[in-house]
Design a protein around this ligand. Structure first.
Ligand SMILES: [Zn+2]
Length: 138
């Protein structure tokens, strides 16, 4: 008589899970990478083709991680800004460690955490020169 064993093996399943958990530990990384077109040198961030020449060939480069907040995006409490990086590409970032009211157009920021390994969330930036406390403004 043929028997098909469909039960799972508890021990081996547990082993597999433990190994996966160790390997999937979130990697906190403050390195922001961008693309440079192989043909015309135009810089880009997460594009599938070059906006200048249409090429799909990019090299990956590491950003120095500093830039300027140029435009607020979305609602004020979210504190998300388009940041013009010094290398010439723009990234939507979330400003951390500062009240939204303290961030202004032209503020220098630096990257404190780039995106998670699976691309979740926005890169986090903070002000390079934090604004003085609110009570000193008036
Ligand atoms: Zn190009």
């Amino acid at each position: 008589m043929l028997r098909t064993d469909t039960r799972e093996h508890p021990e081996s399943a547990e082993d597999h899970e433990a190994a996966a958990t160790a390997a999937d530990a979130p990697e906190v990384c403050c390195e922001l990478h961008f693309q440079r077109c192989r043909w015309c040198g135009t810089v880009a961030y997460r594009r599938s083709f070059c906006r200048a020449c249409g090429s799909t060939a990019f090299t990956r480069e590491r950003s120095e991680g500093s830039g300027v907040a140029v435009r607020r995006n979305g609602h004020v409490p979210h504190n998300t800004w388009f940041v013009a990086m010094d290398e010439g590409f723009n990234v939507l970032c979330q400003v951390t460690g500062t009240a939204p009211v303290a961030v202004a157009m032209g503020a220098r920021v630096r990257v404190v955490r780039s995106v998670a390994p699976l691309g979740q969330g926005l890169p986090l930036v903070e002000l390079t020169h934090p604004a003085p406390p609110l009570e000193r403004w008036w």
